[in-house]
Design a protein around this ligand. Structure first.
Ligand code: DGL
Length: 266
């Protein structure tokens, strides 16, 4: 038995969509979440910057005695995972692999769409892994950077969200895809708006569900499973806790206290 918490991090509130699935899949585990709201977005930054920010957050989480970490951010997973794996001696689960696996199970026509931040799309991480696993697959990609700001602002179903979704996704809608990977953890917050625009023929793939199962398997394989009672969950963000708290409550349904902490000093 290992009662230490699991660390979960993202540039902001997006990783809460992953935290929600982790809490659902392994409800007895304690978690510590860090959202780098002072430095969001990551998706418009360089690989070097994203890696350095992620290193600081890893050090912060390790200072809180976490036993394993979920990178609840596609931008970090696709740009910095290998560096973090090499530098930190702790199990780390990322989100791109689980997203690829889920998509391969879902697609019937092998015509798939990927949306994510500019840095995730530019990394080619999803496309490379999908094509390596299934060489005939057709991949259509579109960066949708403004979806991050909409999610951070809580604008997920209003007219601004609908118009932004239409503006970004009209091109993809014409590609006759049968599945669409939400390759940014902020995007599931706009899932209803995205789903309604794309129509019923397009299955929306949220990597979070499979990511949570990967963490469950990882704890079992490493003999790290924890409490027998309900897990406790602690949230940190690096800027305005009020806004983070509102989005956290809207997504997780519980009014958790949120603490302010800067990652820069780690
Ligand atoms: N939620 C993150 C992702 O999955 C990052 C969004 C951003 O900060 O640009 O990519």
């Amino acid at each position: 038995m290992d009662t230490r918490p699991i660390g979960i991090f993202d540039s902001g509130v997006g990783g809460l969509t992953v935290a929600k699935q982790v809490i659902k899949a392994i409800p007895n585990e304690d978690t510590i979440y860090f959202g780098d709201t002072a430095r969001v977005p990551y998706g418009t930054k360089s690989k070097e910057t994203v890696t350095e920010f992620s290193r600081q957050i890893m050090r912060f989480l390790i200072s809180k005695n976490v036993k394993a970490v979920v990178i609840a951010c596609n931008t970090v997973s696709s740009n910095s995972y290998h560096e973090l794996r090499a530098e930190f001696d702790i199990p780390i689960i990322e989100v791109v692999g689980p997203g690829v696996e889920s998509c391969l199970e879902i697609t019937k026509t092998n015509r798939v769409g990927i949306i994510g931040t500019s840095a995730t799309i530019a990394s080619g991480a999803y496309e490379k892994r999908l094509k390596a696993a299934r060489p005939g697959i057709r991949v259509f990609q579109k960066p949708c950077p403004l979806f991050v700001s909409l999610a951070e602002e809580g604008f997920t179903e209003n007219d601004i969200a609908k118009l932004t979704v239409k503006t970004y996704l009209t091109e993809l809608k014409e590609k006759n895809i049968d599945s669409l990977i939400l390759g940014c953890t902020h995007y599931p917050m706009l899932k209803k708006t995205i789903g309604e625009f794309m129509g019923e023929s397009v299955k929306i793939v949220d990597p979070a569900v499979e990511t949570a199962h990967k963490m469950k398997d990882c704890l079992r394989e490493n003999n790290m499973t924890g409490n027998e009672t309900e897990g406790k969950h602690i949230f940190y963000c690096s800027d305005d806790c009020g806004q983070f708290n509102l989005i956290c409550k809207a997504n997780l349904g519980i009014d958790y206290p949120v603490h302010k902490e800067s990652a820069e000093k780690y």
